[in-house]
Design a protein around this ligand. Structure first.
Ligand SMILES: NC(=O)c1ccc[n+]([C@@H]2O[C@H](COP(=O)([O-])OP(=O)(O)OC[C@H]3O[C@@H](n4cnc5c(N)ncnc54)[C@H](OP(=O)(O)O)[C@@H]3O)[C@@H](O)[C@H]2O)c1
Length: 303
């Protein structure tokens, strides 16, 4: 999997296709998609255009997509990936992930009593469907997202094909060292989402810390004559994780890709590691309305 990828959550329709084309032109070879982002059709048009123009070949790209919460259950996985493949105009994905360990009856979370508990809809059952689409060559790899050590451990006990990736929120304020050590031991690669701390996104929590304005980050950026975004992306790659910053802006797309050229020192890494305060920008509160079987405790299995 190419270390640095392009995030596409909240990349709006009418912009995302152009961003994908520009990213490929700049040299991005890893694109992170999901059915729930609602923009896979436009991404598919852009991919087809890039292939037809000879900008890139399919086998040079790493395309990830994700099974949404209303498609848990082993019979639902194949139709879901087939829809994503049709939208993306592809024959296969490189990686298909269970997006959240939160099965739901409908697409959106705002319908009362629509959650299914993990007793009603076990992950192990959904995983059977993931293994089926792997064996049918609809995807080259399978994995999960937003999974805790506890849920990974339970899955590893029953899986015939182990999850190869866990995509989780990760940046210097949420270093997740214990999860990293567990995944390394189990040969599960980590993709780091929200690697910039969502600096410009409208729905950040009120009073969210400004990761890119941290004096530690800006001082290191000054020393390396690079930007704060490049520092935190270089931190992620130095730890062996794959950050997937989202941008639809050509200048920031280029800036983020160029973070691959930044070599942080041990002292830089030590200073950045000290910023860890287990802070989540995407904390999962939206899965915990009254009546939901999910709580922040049983979602993250922490504390
Ligand atoms: N598996 C999951 O549950 C999950 C959850 C969240 C995210 N993700 C994935 O991870 C990707 C990235 O996470 P994210 O979108 O939450 O947050 P992010 O990548 O940390 O931040 C994106 C925001 O930062 C801005 N930005 C991009 N490059 C910048 C730079 N160099 N300097 C300053 N601002 C910059 C973008 O605006 P512009 O577009 O205007 O540049 C956008 O508003 C998502 O797009 C999605 O693919 C997955």
């Amino acid at each position: 999997m190419p270390a640095l990828g392009l995030g596409t959550w909240q990349a709006p329709k009418g912009e995302v296709g152009q961003a994908v084309l520009e990213a490929i032109r700049l040299g991005y070879r890893h694109i992170d998609c999901a059915a729930i982002y609602g923009n896979e059709k436009e991404i598919g048009e852009a991919l087809e255009a890039a292939f037809q123009a000879g900008d890139v070949r399919r086998e040079e790209l790493w395309i990830t997509s994700k099974l949404w919460n209303n498609r848990h259950g082993h019979h639902n996985v194949r139709p879901a990936i087939e829809k994503t493949l049709a939208d993306l105009r592809l024959d296969y994905l490189d990686l298909y992930l269970i997006h959240w360990p939160v099965p739901m009856k409908y697409v959106v979370p705002h319908v009362p009593n629509q959650f299914l508990s993990l007793e009603e809809q076990p992950i192990a059952d959904t995983w059977l469907g993931m293994e089926e689409v792997l064996e049918a060559d609809l995807t080259k790899h399978i994995g999960v997202s937003n999974f805790s050590i506890k849920k990974l451990t339970q899955l590893l006990e029953v899986a015939r094909h182990n999850p190869e990736v866990n995509q989780v929120e990760m940046h210097p304020l949420l270093a997740q060292n214990t999860l990293c050590r567990f995944c390394e031991a189990e040969k599960i690669h980590i993709t780091a989402y929200t690697p910039l701390g969502r600096p410009a996104a409208g729905d950040r929590p009120a009073n969210a810390p400004e990761l890119l304005e941290s004096p530690v980050v800006t001082a290191i950026a000054e020393q390396h004559q690079c930007t704060p975004a490049q520092v935190v992306l270089a931190w992620a790659m130095e730890r062996g994780t794959a950050p997937i910053p989202k941008s639809t802006n050509p200048r920031r797309l280029a800036e983020n890709l160029a973070s691959q050229n930044i070599a942080l020192t041990d002292a830089d890494m030590a200073a950045l590691n000290k910023l860890d305060r287990h802070y989540r920008y995407v904390d999962g509160t939206f899965w915990t309305p009254p009546g939901s079987p999910y709580t922040l405790q049983n979602l993250w299995d922490e504390g």
